[in-house]
Structure formats: C-alpha cells, structure tokens
Design a protein around this ligand. Sequence first.
Ligand SMILES: [Zn+2]
Length: 339
Amino acid sequence: MYLCMQYVAGDILTLGGFKEGYVGYTNKGINIIEQGTSPESPVCQGYIVPPFVNSHIHVGDAFIRQQHKLIPHDLQTTVEPPDGLKHQWLAQASSNEIITGMQWTIQEMKRHHINWFCDFREGGIAGVSLLSQALQSNQINSVILGRPTGLSYHKKEIENLLYQTAGIGISSISNWDYSELEKLARFVHYKKKLFALHASEGIHEDIDLILNLHPDFLVHMNQATAADLEQVAAENIPIVLCPRSNHYFGLQPNYQLLKHTTITLLLGTDNTMIVSPDMLAEIRFIQSQTNLFSIEELLNMITYQPRKALNLDDFIPALNFPRSCIVLDYQSLEPLMEI
Ligand SMILES: [Zn+2]
C-alpha cells in the first residue's frame, strides 16, 4: 500500500475564491488543503479547481455527431420540437445507436474532467430508460431531467417520469399550450422535484409567463432584456449559458447585461450533436468573445455555482472542498493532472 503524501501547489479555487496554497494527497485521495508554501516541492503547479459540472446537455443526440451528419445552422429547422431534424433523427435511430452515442459522450465528459452532468432527456420514460442503461457501467454523476413524450400534461406519465428522474426539463413555453405547462410545473413542484426550461433562446419570450412557472433554473436567455434579467435576479434563479452551441446557430448571450446582474451563471454544452462536452472549451470561447469575466468568475460557473444551484454534494466536509481536484496550467488552462 502506497500512502506517501505528495503535493500540488498554486491558486486553489475555494468557496471563498482563489487562495494561494497547496493540496496534499495520497493514493487514497485528498488529505489536506492549506494556504502557504507546500512542505515539499510540489508535483505540479497551477490553478487547483474542483472537477467540472456540465449544467446543460442532451447526451441523447451524441450519435448524430458520431455519424457526422450535416447539421443546418438554423435553430428552428434543427432542434425545435416536435418536427426539428434532431427529433426526426432521434425517432429514426435504434435504441442501440442512441445508447452507444450516449456511452461515447459520457467517456468524452470523463476525459474532460466532468464529474456531474445535467441532462434534458427527450422521449419520455423510454428516453430516460435509454440513459439509465448507458450510465450502468459508467462512473459519472448525473442529474436527469425528463420530459413527456407529447406537449401536454398527463399526471400518470409525469408521476412515472418523476419516479425515475430528478425533475422535468422543458423545451420552451413557446412550444406548449401554456395552461398545460402550468399544470405540469405545479405538479413537479408539488413533488419537490426540479423544474427547468429553455427560455428566450432564439426568440424573446414573456418573462412573466416564464417566472410564473417558478423554474429552478433557466437555460439560454439570449434574447432577454435588461428588465427580464432584473426580474430573474430578483427571484434568484440561475441561468445556464451554452455559448458554443448558441454560436452555431448565430446566437449569443448578452454578456454585458449578464455581467451587471447578480444572477448566478452556469455553463452547459447543450446539443451534443454539435459540440463536444468540454467545459474548458466553453470558458475559452467566452474569453474569445468578451473580456468581461475574470478567470475566477468563469471557473466558478463550472465548479461551485452549479454544485450549489443543482444541490450537488461531493464535498469532504472537513475540507469544504470536493473529493477530487484538477490542476490547470496558468496560461493555457490545459489540465495537468487530476487527483
Ligand atoms: Zn438544450
């Protein structure tokens, strides 16, 4: 048994921001996290951060990227339910094809140091069951949000879905008859599960109707006005941004407006048929678009903020830090090692 302590040092991202210090670990995992100079010369140095969280993904469409299908740069043609190309491809694919794609992209996430992902799973109970099968042999944590097969509320179907999921993730208010959606949201809250939805992605949607559903978080909000964001901030609802997927469809979150709110921002990779599930790629992409956010703010969007917003607990209580960490190169942000 090898229990000799080794060290990594640098800027540790803690719940209270970056602290200069070191992490001591053995082959059993992290033992100590201290500020100051490491007692022995460190194995490597850099930003020391918790493993990443992908706060919004659809792993079910991974097989489409595997098959290199030509994907139009138009949101409506490609992803809008019920007739968007993605939904047609999903309907035509065999269960085996979909599960194989899911397993492939789960491996991608693990290679990209993602410990948790939150999936908006299409296809009702059958769709959730495909993901459960794909997850069987994989060591990764998931928050699965299902959705009904149709665009209407049936209590029994939702009851069954909630039995197997953490909640419900809806396409958008525009696809639904609003009164059906109200019944659905009310029932999900009654069952104390998560209710989330895509909002103002390609078109502006009414913020009062969105907030009236009391969502636990929103995805996108590209078309949100300053007044919309003020209301979201007042209700303390986090927003998941998916910059690379948005960019594919010629869309962009309004970073300037978002920066000047108190809204908790999270990052997701969204359509797996378009982009790989790589959170550092999302950060680098934001950096290429704007210099409004510090590296600490960006890293928080993929580490602590989603853990809090999604209620994820992988902390070592005594250290107030997750059970593992990643060391990132200061310049390139390339992962140097994972403990
Ligand atoms: Zn999505």
